[in-house]
Design a protein around this ligand. Sequence first.
Ligand SMILES: Cc1cc2nc3c(=O)[nH]c(=O)nc-3n(C[C@H](O)[C@H](O)[C@H](O)COP(=O)(O)OP(=O)(O)OC[C@H]3O[C@@H](n4cnc5c(N)ncnc54)[C@H](O)[C@@H]3O)c2cc1C
Length: 508
Amino acid sequence: MNQAGVNEMMTAEEYLGSLVDGRSVYIYGEKVDDVTRHPAFRNSAYSMSRLYAALHDSATQDVMTDLDPEGYRTHRYFMPSRSAADLLKARDAIACWSRLTYGFMGRTPDYKAGFTATLKSDPHLYAPFHDNAISWYRKTARKVSFLTHVLVNPPVGRARNISDMRDIYLHVEKETDGGIIVRGAKMVATSAAIANATFVAQNSATHYQSGREEDFALCFILPMNAPNLKIMCRRSYEASALSPFDNPLSSRFDENDSVLIFDGVFVPWENVLIYRDIERAKSFYSASGFLNRYPLQSGTRLAVKMDFVCGLLAKMLESNGTDSFRGVRTRLADIVALRNLMWSLTESLCHDPEPRKDGSVVPRLEAAATVRYFGTQMMSQLKPVFNTILGGSPIMQVSSWLDMKNPEISPLIDCYFQGTDQEAGERLKLIKLLWDALGSEFGGRHELYEHNYAGNNEQVRLDMLRHCESSGVLTQCRSLVDQCMSDYSLEGWTQPGWQFDGKCQDRV
Ligand SMILES: Cc1cc2nc3c(=O)[nH]c(=O)nc-3n(C[C@H](O)[C@H](O)[C@H](O)COP(=O)(O)OP(=O)(O)OC[C@H]3O[C@@H](n4cnc5c(N)ncnc54)[C@H](O)[C@@H]3O)c2cc1C
């Protein structure tokens, strides 16, 4: 094997070029010709392209990439890991990419690599489509393709049977020699407008009725330019950004979430992984290793974001001149503790991993479920602290950068908008950044994302509990209590050593 391996990873330019493929993206009443030039998407697409540049940059290539078992250079998380050390290196690659977006792009291509790498480890989970699994592993690893995913049925008729929702929920409409035709809608595909393909399945909480609902038990991968696939975008925060000074994050890291409408979409057989198979459709999440693997990406990305958030908070407190107050410092400590917790969890995901049949390893599910649990709560825990110790300071802003360029008022701004030992321009720059991160519509969407991206809040908890029950963790916890209770009885200690003379001590 060539030491350098074969390098087919997309460059930044190739990635941007791959998005100009005739996809049907709709926003503001129009179909978008080219997302790489459109004001609603162009900066976010460019931010994503910088990740591809990092794969080829000699300063970051070693951290980011390695050769996969077939001799192709790829991102470290796009291939199965063989050891705890491999997982740690993959964690560092994920962190390296995340820092390029300060943790504000959650669905970078390494997220779905949490799944696609597993296609190589156990393709037989997708029998009789196991060749498709291997083929999609190769395609995604070699190019470092950007896959998003869409798993959730629209929030309508949730208490009804799936089959009663056939007019809305995604299902197979027709089978042909070449593949299947699917129809229905799915929510929401983050970054679909700037991804290469989407993975489509039902989420793990879906209840199917055997014999009636096989048409819904599907799993396939679809290029974003598939005919009749409509990508319906929400409002763009990038398009509504005033300037880099006013919206330094939302103007370039807006992962537009879209509803996908499959309006009679043809899916060729080679893109199908599960077809009308309820058992496989229900079980592949836990069986594939995706549930073990994706929290390494999402936890590491969140840890980077928490670094950023801690920095923001510390700088704002300094600017306000409240950074030495004892009570304020204790609340900053609360946020630093959350940051430390998330980084520690990423370490525990890598150490002592679970072996797979093919000799690869994945993070232990117990640790993965814990990242999912704490990760989804972190932003909600953070906001009250900001609201409390920053008081009203984040709202003391000028309306836009134009006020600072207006000679009539700029001297007044320079005087009255100063921070503690800080010029007004620097303080306002910091406040605008803080507001974009946490107070803006972009910030609100981020809070909702962190809370929900891993499933609804009850599912996150119940999945973790179910795992701890089935893996024996709760049995072990119970037996520790049993052991303690077996040390004594009504008659006294059952073990030698401790003293009891048969009297009630305080009546001696
Ligand atoms: C910003 C953002 C980005 C997202 N990106 C993606 C993406 O890229 N791909 C993707 O697939 N999804 C994505 N999602 C969707 C996300 O996966 C779902 O929102 C999440 O799984 C929660 O599901 P839900 O919204 O359907 O809520 P529900 O499951 O409807 O839950 C809402 C409430 O109803 C309760 N509930 C639901 N069902 C039951 C039941 N059977 N019995 C009792 N109570 C019940 C829940 O406990 C919860 O309290 C995104 C969401 C957001 C907010």
